[in-house]
Design a protein around this ligand. Structure first.
Ligand SMILES: Cc1cc2nc3c(=O)[nH]c(=O)nc-3n(C[C@H](O)[C@H](O)[C@H](O)COP(=O)(O)O)c2cc1C
Length: 371
């Protein structure tokens, strides 16, 4: 197994936004449109970020910080900190080592990894890059249920055999959003980058469309998963199943009734349906709807204070997407590790300055929407 190439962190890059700015110079316009863009007018993409900023922190002083720690527990497993890397497809477009570099960095920084179904490196190799590390975080596989359910079952079996510890079923993307920025840029996957774990999947058999028929409604959506498929997935795997892309409290309750292990409150980083609310706004509503259910949240998390806010609003852990891709583009595995370290350092500072020694039992009113 090859070890990652080590590159320098570019001078002056000291925040996640610095990584984004630098990556915008490093990535070509095709890759930049893919990684940075959102759906349609990108309202939700921007709202995700701004909603964290709109939350005020009301710090407490003179509280003991003895024994302070970022440690949390998630699905019965202790974690050194609550930051996981969100599933992001086609990472070899950002760096030749792609998901392998991501996994090495996550293992070095004790962060969890959720590998995308559309990864551009074999899922087994990514698992190997992480599994030997004694300090690693959780290793999960993100699943898109494919039109061919037999193929999907084999994919699940491969993930189980490779050592993945949970399945994260993404439910908010039965089709791609209207990715106008990508279309304007004429986005294409570059040669040599593909969803290697879906190799061998035949395209769905489709009758030619008659005039007036819809490619979406009369073609693609015939095979999209439903709640029955969540039960089917639970029946074919021994792994815990999480749902990613929950925004409605009623869907959270349905998931809880089915015994889903945890939910990811997510709007896919603003890439699917535009004008859905920011996840920072939705999180407290979901937490109220399904008390006791572990919740993760993603979308626009760029600062340690955002992580603290998410935890205070009821999250058990958070995921970051684009920022680590920018780190990957800027400096490979080292860049991803740097993004994780920056976020964790900022989280520790935020805890110290709010008098929160642990990421639980937060003082009441710590985080409130600005008046
Ligand atoms: C370029 C890109 C590709 C993504 N690919 C996937 C994917 O394959 N599966 C998935 O569940 N989510 C995917 N996501 C969504 C992320 O998992 C995550 O929800 C989102 O990026 C979080 O927002 P953030 O980028 O603002 O941190 C993708 C996001 C981006 C930006």
């Amino acid at each position: 197994m090859s070890t990652p190439t080590l590159s320098e962190i570019p001078p002056g890059v000291v925040t996640l936004e610095d990584h984004a700015r630098h990556a915008s110079q490093v990535l070509d316009s095709n890759a930049w449109a893919y990684f940075s863009g959102g759906a349609a007018d990108e309202i939700s993409l921007h709202d995700n970020r701004q909603a964290w900023d709109r939350l005020h922190i009301h710090p407490r002083v003179l509280r003991s910080m003895a024994g302070a720690s970022t440690a949390v527990e998630l699905l019965g497993r202790p974690l050194a900190h609550p930051i996981l890397l969100a599933p992001v497809a086609f990472q070899r477009m950002a760096h030749p080592e792609g998901e392998l570099a991501m996994a090495y960095a996550a293992a070095a920084q004790s962060a969890g990894v959720v590998l995308s179904t559309q990864a551009s490196q074999p899922l087994e190799a990514v698992a190997q890059a992480m599994l030997d590390s004694p300090y690693r975080g959780p290793l999960w596989f993100q699943l898109y249920i494919q039109h061919d359910r037999a193929f999907t079952r084999e994919l699940v079996q491969r993930a189980e055999a490779a050592g993945y510890e949970a399945l994260v079923l993404t439910v908010d993307a039965p089709t791609s959003g209207a990715r106008d920025r990508e279309r304007r840029a004429g986005f294409r996957l570059p040669p040599g980058v593909s969803a290697v774990n879906l190799a061998g999947l035949a395209p769905p058999a489709r009758a030619p469309l008659a005039p007036g028929q819809s490619a979406l409604f009369d073609g693609l959506l015939a095979h999209t998963p439903t709640w029955a498929d969540v039960e089917w997935l639970q029946s074919i795997t021994r792994l815990p199943v999480l749902l990613k892309g929950i925004l409605h409290p009623d869907d959270a309750r349905l998931a809880q009734q089915l015994g889903v292990a945890a939910l990811v409150v997510s709007n896919h980083g603003g890439r699917t349906l535009d004008t859905v609310p920011a996840t920072a706004t939705v999180l407290p509503r979901i937490a109220q709807a399904v008390p006791g259910m572990p919740l993760l949240v993603d979308g626009g998390i760029r600062r340690g204070t955002d992580v603290l806010k998410a935890m205070a609003l009821g999250a058990s852990a958070v995921l970051v997407g684009r920022p680590y891709i920018y780190g990957l583009a800027n400096a490979g595995a080292m860049g991803v590790a740097h993004v994780l370290r920056l976020l964790r350092d900022e989280l520790e500072i935020a805890m110290a300055l709010t008098g929160c020694a642990q990421l639980r039992d937060f003082p009441p009113g710590l985080v409130e929407m600005r008046a």
